[in-house]
Design a protein around this ligand. Structure first.
Ligand SMILES: [Zn+2]
Length: 531
């Protein structure tokens, strides 16, 4: 049976730009548009030309893409003609394939917010859609507050949608603008709309204020709508928009949808969705949500021992999809609760196959348990675990020794007479027979130590040039009689791989030193630095 086409409309660059703390530059917008195009969404709504200089410059030239570049804006203002409304004229001149108008569809808003008549609002919809059609643009109408409007006055809400449809709009999009609608309401109301407007002309735009934006989007699809609007990682005002990163895998992998519908996202692109989701976080300088469905680092992570042994035997027992389909990885957490099977599975993941009865597995498990008892956390430090395992097997070359280090913090007046705090680190290392001394100043003592450590590794220096630290977290643990500090460091390199290392000590500098050393040694090992 031929599958029906379902269209994806992304508004990360428009509605997503309303997210608290998000400020896209033009370069950000172009980079994100590229990711969306790679993913295969049908429409990229890139902004509101005329509303700010960045959006205006985005639409000042053609942006060649597979997706249809869409400009957003308001219908003509009440009491003006379409040609006499500068906002509308700017929108019509934008270099875009499609124009998405937003219009009121709740009679209460028409009266109170727009201060006009119901008939004038309908006329504004008709005139604006007509003007954009005449310019050769594909036209969409976002019916703002549609669900609340429909509950208050179904005839008027429908009349707004119908006015756009009759005028030739390609899509009439039903918006749950304040995000308060529930799935059964959405399903009922979209069902009613689809009796009047064909479903393949109807879209859904859901907000996440009851954490049901994804569910509401699927409810609309079940009721007949054929366009879903959403954003990458659910970015958006307040609690966000429907998360396309959750919607796309469900559409592709769950037979209820996959058997019926076709989307423009290929299997190969689906396999890149983790990278795309994390790429956006990277650009926003945010840590990815570990617990995000499908793409989170914990989405396929299992902790308890009995589950882990079942997963090794038969992954389907505890996984709803194969993690590889979305470019994610199965992860069995090594922790103090873990059994032998966790350690074995983790060893296999890093490419070390040991027999389950090998005494070294018992030794490693004992070592992990002992270290976790004093504060180490290996489930959050994959690279330190790998080093621990490989050291036990004699597979970690001895690269260099740190003979001594010295970190010093000084507060004094600088040449301008300002009070400043300066951190300086001196590190003495030995690479083979060569002794090297490096000195560095840093923003803080750990930064100074890191800079000094990585300043001169002699013959190994070229192997660590791409190494950067991306996250540094400190936790004070109250274990036994004295507090200890656990430091977790996340690093990355030119290949884009991320790894985490851990250090524990009563002294924060020492804990940081251990984690830094593990990160450097891990990088040397993975770069194939010779012993
Ligand atoms: Zn919205």
């Amino acid at each position: 049976m031929a599958r029906e086409r379902l269209y994806l409309f992304d508004t990360t660059l428009r509605d997503g730009a309303q997210t608290n703390g998000v400020d896209f530059t033009l370069a950000d917008k172009l980079a994100i548009a590229g990711m969306l195009d790679e993913l295969g969404v049908d429409y990229v709504e890139a902004g509101y030309p005329g509303a700010n200089p960045i959006d205006t410059s985005f639409f000042s030239e053609r942006r060649p893409m597979r997706a249809r570049v869409t400009a957003f804006g308001m219908t003509r203002r009440p009491g003006r003609s379409a040609s006499n409304d500068p906002g509308l004229v700017a929108l019509l001149d934008a270099q875009a394939d499609a124009i998405c108008f937003v219009a009121k569809s709740w009679d209460y808003h028409v009266r109170i917010a727009l201060e006009t008549t119901e008939e004038e609002n309908l006329a504004a919809i008709r005139d604006s859609v007509g003007a954009a059609k005449a310019k050769g643009r594909e036209v969409l109408l976002d019916c703002e507050h549609f669900f609340d409007g429909y509950k208050a006055n179904p005839a008027y809400a429908l009349a707004c949608a119908k006015a756009a449809y009759d005028e030739g709009a390609r899509w009439v999009v039903l918006c749950d603008t304040n995000g308060g609608a529930l799935p059964h309401e959405v399903e009922d109301i979209v069902g009613e709309v689809c009796k009047v407007i064909p479903g393949d002309r109807v879209g859904i735009h859901a907000h996440n204020d009851t954490e049901q934006a994804v569910a509401n989007s699927f409810a609309a699809i079940r009721a007949g709508a054929r366009q879903i609007q959403g954003t990458l990682n659910g970015l958006g005002e307040r609690c966000g928009n429907a998360n396309l990163v959750s919607i796309i895998p469900t559409l592709k992998l769950k037979p209820e949808y996959a058997d019926k519908f076709e989307i423009n996202v290929s299997d190969a692109a689906l396999g890149c969705i983790v990278r795309i989701s994390h790429g956006l976080d990277e650009l926003l300088n945010r840590a990815p949500d570990r617990h995000a469905p499908y793409v989170g680092e914990s989405a396929f992570a299992t902790k308890a021992g009995i589950h882990a042994s079942a997963i090794v035997k038969e992954p389907k027992t505890y996984e709803h999809i194969a993690p590889e389909r979305v470019g994610n990885k199965r992860k069995l957490l090594v922790s103090d609760q873990a059994g032998r099977s966790n350690v074995l599975a983790e060893l296999e993941r890093i490419g070390l196959s040991l027999d389950k009865d090998d005494p070294r597995v018992t030794r490693l498990l004992d070592e992990v348990k002992e270290r976790e008892a004093i504060g180490y956390a290996y489930e959050a430090a994959d690279a330190s675990f790998e080093l621990l395992a490989r050291r036990m097997l004699g597979q970690v070359p001895h690269y260099f020794d740190v003979e001594k280090f010295d970190v010093n913090i000084e507060q004094r007046n600088n040449a301008k007479g300002e009070r400043v705090t300066v951190s300086q680190a001196v590190v003495k290392i030995k690479v083979g027979d060569e002794e090297l001394i490096s000195v560095a100043e840093g923003i803080g003592p750990v930064n100074a130590l890191d800079l000094a450590l990585r300043k001169d590794l002699g013959k190994y220096q070229s192997f660590i040039t791409g190494l950067t630290l991306t996250d540094y977290r400190v936790r004070i643990l109250n274990g036994g009689t004295q507090a200890v500090t656990r430091v977790l460091i996340e690093s990355t390199d030119e290949t884009g791989e991320h790894w985490r290392t851990v250090g524990v000590s009563a002294n924060i500098i020492d804990a940081s030193f251990q984690a830094l050393m593990d990160s450097i040694v891990y990088k040397l090992m993975k770069s194939g630095a010779p012993a």
